[in-house]
Design a protein around this ligand. Structure first.
Ligand code: HEM
Ligand SMILES: *[C@@H]1O[C@H](CO)[C@@H](O)[C@H](O)[C@H]1NC(C)=O
Ligand SMILES: *[C@@H]1O[C@H](CO)[C@@H](O)[C@H](O)[C@H]1NC(C)=O
Ligand SMILES: *[C@@H]1O[C@H](CO)[C@@H](O)[C@H](O)[C@H]1NC(C)=O
Ligand SMILES: *[C@@H]1O[C@H](CO)[C@@H](O)[C@H](O)[C@H]1NC(C)=O
Ligand SMILES: *[C@@H]1O[C@H](CO)[C@@H](O)[C@H](O)[C@H]1NC(C)=O
Ligand SMILES: *[C@@H]1O[C@H](CO)[C@@H](O)[C@H](O)[C@H]1NC(C)=O
Length: 334
């Protein structure tokens, strides 16, 4: 009797523990749009105001802030690791050096939020909200941003070098890098549509000009009139690898589906962009997705939103993991 009772109690206890653990596991990985509704009710208004100010000053900043969230999430998850200063950090990794920008805008948002509700909103969440607002204020779609991420304690330079896609990667390599963070081929193509805004430096595409792969000519998958324009920006000799051109030459600062229309006309700027449509490496799947997003702006925007939410969910720190940084550039204990 007694042992039966003990058995019942202990199995109830086991079930309770399992339910409790399950709830913890669930809610630890669970971000929610209302995370700050009590602790910082004005968070969305404050971020929107600061992003608006930044874009009013320079429309390109919308692209820069969108890319910052992407470069954050692909390395150790969306934990603001990209924001940490230090020459051994992600800012000095190849994909970010002389390239990632918008850090001062994030600082300004953080300062405004420390005034509003100090010690409450993570830098990782600021990046996610700023990316959403940048897309919206550039004429793109909006969505409820999931919140509750906490800030990481390390910046992972080698992780950034190996995990972030390169414009010189093949489509297969890019798909593999997305798969490594739980994203699929649909996400590769829809999120590449982020290149409907922002700019790229000559260093990232000038290999397609003048003497592509030693052929003595431009990349054959590059439209000749666009090539001529790009040669003006990046002359063969005496050129500046830091000079930039619009990733979507047709509607530079507008978040639309022209990026995909451009690819169908050989007018993708980066080799990795054009390869989604033109690669002869058997990428029928990416080509079909480009076709469908080129054919329908609304379809692209729905796919983009779904993929942004999936990207924003890459292994976030939640609960008591990590910390809420006071200054996005340093961990609190330093
Ligand atoms: C699919 C693989 C991708 C590759 C190979 C890639 C590569 C690049 C490169 C080389 C640049 C120019 C950087 C420079 O000139 O220094 C760039 C810019 C940009 N990328 Fe990507 N990217 C990829 C995916 C994404 C994703 C997923 C997003 C966001 C959803 C994104 C958003 C942007 C934006 C907005 C810019 C312009 C930034 C600015 O003007 O400051 N990219 N990308
Ligand atoms: C918020 O600011 C108050 C007043 O300056 C300070 O006493 C408090 O420690 C701060 N809290 C956090 C979490 O930074
Ligand atoms: C850095 O990223 C790599 C690749 O994802 C990972 O294997 C490694 O554990 C990370 N290092 C730290 C310190 O987070
Ligand atoms: C990628 O994942 C999304 C969401 O689960 C799904 O709707 C889509 O069909 C997937 N795409 C591919 C190519 O598997
Ligand atoms: C193009 O590159 C190839 C291989 O690197 C080289 O042999 C050739 O001289 C280059 N042609 C020009 C016009 O620079
Ligand atoms: C680009 O700018 C950076 C920072 O100002 C500089 O260190 C680098 O040498 C420049 N690169 C080229 C190719 O001009
Ligand atoms: C983009 O510009 C090119 C060259 O001016 C033009 O041929 C093309 O129709 C434009 N595409 C869109 C989507 O407006």
């Amino acid at each position: 009797m007694r042992s039966h009772e003990e058995g019942r109690i202990s199995s109830n206890w086991v079930i309770s523990v399992l339910v409790f653990l399950g709830a913890c596991l669930c809610c630890r990985s669970q971000l929610t749009p209302n995370f700050y509704s009590r602790s910082c009710p004005n968070v969305l208004g404050v971020v929107r105001r600061e992003v608006f100010k930044a874009l009013k000053n320079e429309m390109r900043m919308g692209g820069s802030l969108l890319r910052l969230h992407f470069h954050d999430c692909f390395v150790n998850g969306c934990d603001a690791s990209v924001m940490l200063d230090g020459s051994d950090g992600e800012k000095f990794a190849l994909p970010n050096l002389n390239s990632a920008r918008g850090f001062e805008v994030v600082d300004a948002i953080k300062a405004a939020l420390e005034n509003e509700c100090n010690g409450t909103v993570s830098c990782a969440d600021i990046l996610a909200i700023a990316a959403r607002d940048s897309v919206l204020l550039s004429g793109g779609p909006t969505w409820p941003v999931l919140l509750g991420r906490r800030d990481g304690l390390v910046s992972n330079q080698s992780g950034a070098n190996s995990g972030l896609p390169s414009p010189f990667d093949s489509v297969d390599q890019i798909i593999a890098k997305f798969n490594a963070v739980g994203l699929n081929t649909t996400d590769v193509v829809s999120l590449s549509g982020g290149h409907t805004i922002g700019r790229a430096r000559c260093a990232t595409f000038s290999n397609r000009l003048f003497n592509f792969s030693g052929t003595g000519a431009d990349d054959p998958t590059l439209d000749q009139s666009l090539a001529a324009q790009l040669r003006q920006v990046c002359p063969a000799s005496g050129g500046d690898g830091n000079a930039t051109t619009a990733l979507d030459p047709n509607s530079t600062d507008v978040f639309d589906n022209h990026y995909f229309v451009n690819l169908k006309r050989n007018r993708g700027v980066l080799s990795s962009d054009q390869a989604l449509y033109s690669s002869d490496a058997g990428q029928a799947e990416t080509k079909a997705l480009v076709e469908s997003f080129a054919a329908s702006g609304p379809l692209f925007k729905i796919a983009f939103v779904n993929s942004m939410i999936r990207m924003g969910n890459i292994v976030p720190l939640t609960g008591s993991a990590g910390e809420i940084r006071t200054n996005c550039r340093t961990i609190n204990s330093s």
